[in-house]
Design a protein around this ligand. Structure first.
Ligand SMILES: *Cc1c(COP(=O)(O)O)cnc(C)c1O
Length: 452
């Protein structure tokens, strides 16, 4: 018998009641009095369109209010005027100033939301798996070995990120939700698909769930019929936005015990910690959460996008990765911000993204160089920008698939014409006068087939 790791004596940290504010409670956030009236109004306008939710740990301990509005955590959580196109902003601002009828305001909000590409990268149709020919809306199975599961109780977050690519599911449009109702469907699907080695539980944030819900999904996976599920990943921002979840919430201890039990059964358990800035790891409670999770044998891997106004700086990335290595977190991905929501505000040209990545890499040790990127989670797969170079007089991007709808695409280098302004894969053209990228015909055929 393995000796269970001692995760008792949980803590000298005081528990904190979870208190959260949404766009309806903006007036209740006392510290916003430090903003000008105009700034407060802007916050109100933008948060009527894009999701807004923030808790008082973020407000009290992560945001440096002396540095607002430039503070990165403020930018990460509070809406900014420039996130909307000027016409869109003015339209809603005018309606609000003039106390327009509710329906008129809502119609404007709906229009603007629809223009913000709420379903990037074919998430809705192309990846939905089937069981007995019935679609399973709470799952995505895009890459052979990995199933994504969206538990219905985990489809909010402790705080919303202003750049979130899943923003559409937080604005109350039921059609946009991926959430699964039942654990049994997940288990049946996994039993029938022995090619799947990785289960990735995601949201929202699965860590908003009570431990007893997580147990329902995860405990059965310890049975022999799930031996092929070797890795359980849980995507979360709770290490940043609510570290108390792992330390001294009412069911923190049971959560740590669940993680530990999975590890003891031989599963690789990984929290995919969503991190955007070294400041997120700077509080004692955040460090305590990391320590306790790691004491269960669970790995923590970090991922997050490169974002203008938040972390568009190689030194910030290097400092973040170094800090993570020090705390035992494994850097995993640097993403390119997706083509949705407030992209206009956060986007960074691919050429710049590569520069930031390379400069950050050059200043960390080998253990910090495990982060791949900058990576675009695009329709055909995850495409990494490997570099910019010149081949026979033509300046090109060197690209490769890190993940592909067809596993055979993975690791195959391909080339796009250099384009200083491109911010996403669909802006790129093949280099050397070729008409199409090597995967395009096959990908088109896959789409045709999926539409039946
Ligand atoms: C990133 C991602 C995965 C996981 O890919 P890894 O390369 O194993 O990290 C799985 N499914 C989807 C849809 C993804 O975007």
């Amino acid at each position: 018998m393995n000796q269970a790791i001692n995760i008792k004596d949980l803590t000298e940290f005081e528990a904190k009641p979870f208190k959260v504010y949404t766009h309806r409670h903006l007036d209740k956030i006392a510290v916003l009095e430090r903003l000008t009236e105009e700034q407060r109004f802007e916050t109100k306008v933008v948060s009527s369109i894009l999701p807004f939710r923030v808790n008082d740990y973020v407000i009290d301990e992560l945001i440096d209010w002396d540095k607002v509005p430039n503070d990165p955590i403020f930018q990460l959580t509070f809406p900014q005027k420039e996130m909307l196109a000027p016409e869109a902003y003015d339209r809603v601002a005018d309606l609000m100033r003039n106390d327009a009828p509710k329906e008129e305001l809502q119609a404007a909000i709906d229009d603007i939301r629809a223009e913000l590409n709420p379903h990037p990268a074919g998430q809705m149709d192309l990846n939905v798996p089937r069981l007995d020919n019935e679609p399973l809306p709470g799952m995505q199975h895009k890459y052979r070995e990995t199933v994504l599961f969206f538990p219905s109780q985990g489809q909010v977050c402790h705080t919303y990120c202003s750049f979130c690519f899943r923003w559409a599911q937080f604005i109350g449009d039921a059609e946009l939700k991926f959430a699964a109702k039942e654990a049994s469907k997940l288990h049946e699907y996994l039993k029938a698909h022995t090619e799947v080695t990785d289960l990735l539980i995601t949201g929202g944030d699965p860590m908003v769930m009570k431990t007893k819900n997580l147990q329902q999904y995860l405990e059965p996976l310890m049975e022999p019929e799930f031996d092929h599920i070797q890795t359980i990943r849980i995507g979360t921002k709770a290490l940043t936005f609510w570290p108390y979840r792992f330390v001294n919430d009412a069911d923190s201890k049971e959560l740590l015990e669940l993680l530990e039990a999975l590890v003891q059964k031989g599963k690789h358990v990984a929290l995919m910690g969503h991190y955007n800035h070294w400041k997120e790891m700077d509080t004692p409670i955040a460090r305590e959460a990391i320590r306790l999770v790691r004491a269960t044998g669970t790995q923590i891997r970090s991922q997050g996008p490169l974002l203008d106004h938040i972390n568009n700086d190689a030194d910030d990335w290097a400092r973040m990765w170094k800090e993570q290595v020090k705390l035992g977190i494994i850097p995993y991905y640097m993403f390119v911000e997706r083509d949705t929501g407030a992209k206009r505000y956060f986007e960074v040209p691919l050429a710049r993204a590569w520069d930031v990545y390379r400069n950050a890499m050059q200043s960390v040790s080998g253990l910090g160089r495990t982060a791949r990127g900058p990576s675009m989670s695009a329709d055909p797969g995850k495409v990494e920008i490997q570099g910019v170079t010149e081949i026979q007089g033509e300046k090109v991007f060197v690209l490769r698939f890190i993940q592909g709808r067809n596993p055979e695409w993975v690791q195959r280098p391909f080339f796009a014409k250099y384009d200083e302004e491109a911010t996403w894969l669909n802006h790129l053209k093949p280099a050397f006068g070729e008409e199409k990228f090597f995967f395009e015909d096959e990908f088109e055929a896959m789409k045709q087939q999926a539409q039946g």
